[in-house]
Design a protein around this ligand. Structure first.
Ligand SMILES: [Zn+2]
Length: 115
């Protein structure tokens, strides 16, 4: 039984061996994975992450902390008002990947506001 009739070809190797896996298509030939959802209003693959004020954050944004954040496993505390440049959005519980004076870390968007 051929169940691949309505599935797209693999954009990586053009083989017709795609199968669905959760929200992604997976190519059985080369292992390439890509999201099923395409053509939404947001950029493809864009994450919806909002800061403490409900503003949308984007990769490369500058944000400031709205509260002191103690860094786990160190004596460093990031102070309220600390500016963080060039954030990167990631999926997960802590949505903002950024570089601070204490090093690279993941922060929750609800503790940040867009600068
Ligand atoms: Zn492929």
């Amino acid at each position: 039984m051929n169940t691949t009739a309505n599935l797209p070809k693999c954009p990586a190797c053009q083989e017709d061996m795609t199968y669905p896996d959760g929200e992604n298509f997976v190519c059985a030939q080369c292992g390439h994975e890509w999201p099923m959802v395409a053509g939404t209003e947001e950029d493809e693959g864009a994450l919806i992450v909002k800061d403490a004020n409900g503003n949308l954050l984007a990769d490369g944004d500058t944000v400031t902390l709205i509260k002191n954040l103690k860094i786990k496993g160190s004596s460093t505390t990031l102070k309220v008002g600390t500016k963080i440049k060039g954030i990167r959005l990631v999926s997960g519980d802590h949505e903002v990947d950024c570089k601070t004076e204490a090093g690279n870390m993941l922060l929750k968007a609800c503790f940040l506001k867009k600068a």
